[in-house]
Design a protein around this ligand. Structure first.
Ligand code: S3P
Length: 429
């Protein structure tokens, strides 16, 4: 375990280009592995998680060439995965495990999907149900990994996602792409739609009527040349850091602004950020832009985050909670029970670490309430081996009195290995 010491800052300034989006990198890696031809992926995520997806594709017969850390060529299997000679190691990545299950379920092999301790604690029944309905045979251990998939032909289904989860939606779409008939799916809360864009980019036809998505089975994918937009969820740490200092000036170049992720920018604005969009364009259906963030003269306000918004910015909630004490009116988060089954129980860890820094906070089953106008002191923080907890408390530490030690800081590399170096460049001391 490594420890990072974070010193308080007096301002947050600079311009950065973020590494590629984790969610999009996963999808491009998985679909490139299934497609025919060689896909070139530029600005691929440097995080360990998307590399778990690449590793699984390699084990399934795709050829992976890492040209430099961020440019990767994937020669796909043209629709026919091979029998892997060992278990498919998904590492820490729930996205890999859930989306891959849907992608491989129709292939006539036996697959075992494994992961690290944290991944073994995460709920997998949510993907087993729809895939079983499609005719797949999947064994779990008490609802968890390791997963054994006995692959075989699948039938289309009409599925309503019971929980808002883009990973479950994707598992069904990826299975539907290779099933007999047309699979339909509806979501009560619209989750990130990267899979829909990625499927279309690789040549599949997918339709949406209101809340209902449909995909016909038997479609073939062809390789693409794509650049992954910068990761807005990684940007969230710097956006929140910028909010902590009245004279902040932060420019984020080529960052993903997909509308199903961009509610974060509305939240930053509501809290007191002044966001200027300097440039925006579309690539393979994904919006990519350059944004500048300053702090509005009114300063840092508070807010309640609940309902659909909690689901849409689920990955950003830990850092928003971590800056809650520095807001005027505090931050309350509700309807976010899913946080308890992420890489860690994020509600309980955020509460514990905020208290370690001297904050008052109330824990709810589905969220927490952090009153505003509090002063925090440096403390010893436990990341719980969760990347987003390590980074969220590094941000909180910038306005604390005294130094903060982040234990288990290496977890940041799951999504954002460059985090501490970039933070150090942007934080003015
Ligand atoms: C993701 C979806 C979300 C999110 C995760 C990435 C994705 O998970 O928390 O970090 O790429 O689809 P759920 O689908 O479980 O909500």
């Amino acid at each position: 375990m490594s420890t990072q010491t974070i010193r308080p800052a007096r301002s947050f300034q600079g311009s950065v280009t973020l590494p590629g989006d984790k969610s999009i990198s996963h999808r491009y890696a998985l679909l490139a592995g299934l497609a025919e031809g060689t896909t070139r992926l530029s600005n691929f995520s440097t995080g360990a998680d998307p590399h778990s997806s690449l590793g699984c594709m390699e084990a399934l017969g795709a050829k992976i060439v890492i040209n430099d850390t961020k440019t990767i060529d994937v020669t796909g299997t043209a629709g026919s995965f091979t029998q892997p000679s060992k278990p498919l190691d998904c590492g820490n990545s729930g996205s890999t495990m859930r989306m891959l299950s849907g992608l491989i379920a129709s292939h006539p092999h036996i697959f075992t999907l494994i992961g690290d301790h944290s991944l073994t604690l995460r709920p997998m029944e949510r993907i087993r149900k729809p895939l079983m309905q499609m005719g797949a045979k999947l064994d779990l251990v008490d609802g968890h990994a390791p997963i054994t998939i006995y692959g075989g032909p699948l039938n289309a289904i009409d599925f309503e996602t019971p929980i808002p989860s883009a990973q479950v939606k994707t598992a069904v779409l990826f299975a539907g792409l290779q099933a007999q008939g047309t699979t339909s799916l509806s979501e009560s809360i619209r989750t990130r739609d990267h899979s829909e864009h990625a499927l279309r980019a690789f040549g599949a036809t997918l339709t949406r009527e209101g809340d209902r998505l449909s995909i016909a089975g038997g479609q073939k994918l062809r390789a693409i040349d794509a650049t992954v937009p910068g990761d807005l969820s990684s940007a969230a740490f710097f956006l929140c850091a910028a909010l902590l200092f009245p004279d902040s000036n932060l420019v984020l170049d080529a960052v993903g602004m997909n509308p199903t992720r961009a509610s974060l920018l509305d939240v930053v604005t509501a809290l007191g950020g002044a966001i200027k969009v300097l440039h925006v364009e579309e690539k393979h259906g994904e919006m990519v832009g350059t944004i500048q963030v300053n702090v509005a003269p009114s300063g840092l306000k508070g807010m309640e985050i609940s309902g659909a918004l909690s689901a849409q910015i689920i990955d950003e909630l830990p850092v928003l909670a971590a800056i809650g004490p520095y807001t005027r009116d505090g931050i309350t988060i509700r309807d976010a029970k899913e946080l308890r089954v992420k890489e860690s129980d994020r509600i309980s860890l955020v509460v514990r670490n905020l208290r370690a820094m001297g904050a008052e906070v109330t824990e709810f089953e589905d969220g927490l309430a952090v009153p505003g106008n509090q002063k925090l002191h440096g403390a010893s923080i436990d990341s719980g081996t969760d990347h987003r907890i390590a980074m969220a408390f590094s941000v909180a530490a910038l306005r604390a009195e005294g130094d903060t030690e982040i234990h288990g800081a290496e977890a940041a590399a799951i999504s954002f290995p460059e985090f501490f170096t970039m933070l150090d460049t942007l934080a003015q001391r």
